[in-house]
Every structure is written in C-alpha cells, then in structure tokens.
Write a protein that binds this ligand. Sequence first.
Ligand SMILES: Cc1cc2nc3c(=O)[nH]c(=O)nc-3n(C[C@H](O)[C@H](O)[C@H](O)COP(=O)(O)OP(=O)(O)OC[C@H]3O[C@@H](n4cnc5c(N)ncnc54)[C@H](O)[C@@H]3O)c2cc1C
Ligand code: FES
Length: 274
Amino acid sequence: MTFHQHTADVLAHEHLATNTFLIRLRCPELARAIRPGQFVMLRLGNRSDPLLGRPFALYDTVLDERGKPIGIDVVYLVVGKMTGLLQHVRAGETLNAWGPLGNGFPEPVGSEHVALVAGGIGQTPFLAHIRELLGTRGYAGNAPRRQVQRVSLYYGVRSSDLAAGVEDFRNAGATVHLASNDGSLGHHGFVTDLLASHEAPQHLFGCGPEPMLHALAEQAARRGIPCHVSLETPMACGVGICFSCVTPVKTPDGWDYKRVCVDGPVFDAAGLNW
Ligand SMILES: Cc1cc2nc3c(=O)[nH]c(=O)nc-3n(C[C@H](O)[C@H](O)[C@H](O)COP(=O)(O)OP(=O)(O)OC[C@H]3O[C@@H](n4cnc5c(N)ncnc54)[C@H](O)[C@@H]3O)c2cc1C
Ligand code: FES
C-alpha cells in the first residue's frame, strides 16, 4: 500500500443539506492517485485535539481547466468532535490528509446495469464510482473506460432535508431513486424495499448503516446478485496498525477478523460473517 501525508489547502467549503457539507481540498498528488471507493484520513491542521484523524470517502476528484486532478471533494455529516470542528474551517486554512487508503470498488460483474444503494451519509463514495462506471472520468492515472451501460442510484435518508448531492448524481448520469423514512422525499420507507420493487441489476454496491447493509446483503443473496458493501467502521490509525476497525469474515474453517482500513472498506457481502 502506497500512501502519503499531504498538507491540503481548503479551496471551498459549502453547505449541502442539514449538518452536511462539501469541503474542497487542494492536494494534487493525492488527487492523481486516488480511485473510487478509497478514502482519506483527515486531521485538522495545527491542532492536537482530536489527536486521531477521521476517515472520509472520496466524493470526487477536482480537475483543473486541462482536466488534470488537482484536489478532492469530501462530503461529510456533522456527528461528533472532529466533524463538529471541521464545519468551522474556512477556505484558505489547511488540513492534514493522508491517503489514498483502502481497496476501492472492484469492476462489476456484467456490463449492462449496476445499482448503487446508499443510506444516510453512505452516498458519498458513489459520485466518483458512477463516473468511473460510465467512463466519464479516469482515476489513478487510468484513462476513462465505460464499464456498464446503466447505473441506478437508490438513496435513502431519514428526511428530505438530509438528502445531499442528488443533482450531482443525476448530472453524472445515474438514474436516481429516492426514499425517506418519514415520506418527505420519494418512496415512504426503506431504500432496500424500493430496490426490491425494481428489476434486478447485475451487480449491487452498498454503503450506509449496518442494518441497511444486512438487508441489502440478504436481498442480494435471495435474488442471486453479486453484492459489494463499503463499511463505515470507526477507525483509529487507518493504515493497518491498531486493529480498531476489524470486521468478522468467513474463512474455510469458520471465521476470522479482517481490518476494514486495509482489507476494505469494500467487501464482498457474501464473505462477511454478519
Ligand atoms: C471508510 C470510511 C469512509 C467514510 N466516509 C465518510 C464520508 O464520506 N462522510 C462522512 O460524513 N462520514 C464518513 N465516514 C464516517 C466518519 O469517519 C465519521 O462520521 C467520523 O469519524 C466522525 O468523527 P467525529 O469526530 O465527528 O465523531 P466522534 O466524536 O468520533 O463520534 C461521534 C459519534 O459518532 C459515532 N461514530 C463515529 N464514527 C462512526 C462511524 N463510522 N459509524 C457509526 N458511528 C460512528 C460515535 O460512536 C459517536 O457516537 C466514513 C467512515 C469510514 C470508515
Ligand atoms: S484503523 Fe487501525 S488497523 Fe484499521
């Protein structure tokens, strides 16, 4: 695994939805190396509290006028100490970023139709993934290459005010299906039930709260569709040293732990020992 620590200038910081922000970071070396499904650890510059970085998915790379990657966008929800401070960082300040980290999304099975299923803040890894699948942007030095004809995004939120980036996903070429727990946006109910009412795609990718991922994995098994999930397990080091991020996986003789930061965050759902 090759990753580096970068000092990243904040280029922009935008409010997207309730407690949800997009932060744009200038970090050309990282932007040239990262691919969809990978993540970065972010730490506030010039502070020792919180001591540990926090993991955030690549939302997408930022390109200059010649199409060269010069930075990354991260979309985050304010939930606790670090994100509570991050929301007050302004353009012109710096963050520490290290990455790219993790394995990224594998190429899908089948070239016709892929569905991405997001719950809560789990939509964040999917903008770059849509562009990679539809061949409209290349990552990590690879030329753009169309992998599938169609991408559907199923995106579930608790209520409409938490939906962030819906137009980004549409503009990237995905067909977007929305769901909300309270009925204020799209289908009234779980996003996995909305998925179940549509034709089966050839491959499923999911990111979101664990109960949603369980339901998605069960549905994938029932419908015979391959399914990969990106786990949002809390992490301390992000680089394989501390074992704070382990998740149980099936092995030929039972089960064992894998580290989400280096063996994931993307796993074949059928191999997880949930
Ligand atoms: C690979 C990966 C990618 C991620 N990508 C994103 C992203 O793109 N956008 C985003 O907003 N978040 C993302 N997360 C989650 C993000 O890392 C946490 O929200 C963040 O660490 C919270 O930090 P904090 O200091 O604000 O909260 P803390 O003060 O550390 O915690 C506040 C509360 O949140 C809970 N919590 C913290 N982390 C998690 C978690 N991962 N899952 C469930 N509960 C948690 C704690 O138990 C606590 O109750 C990702 C996580 C992983 C592992
Ligand atoms: S976060 Fe330290 S080993 Fe994964």
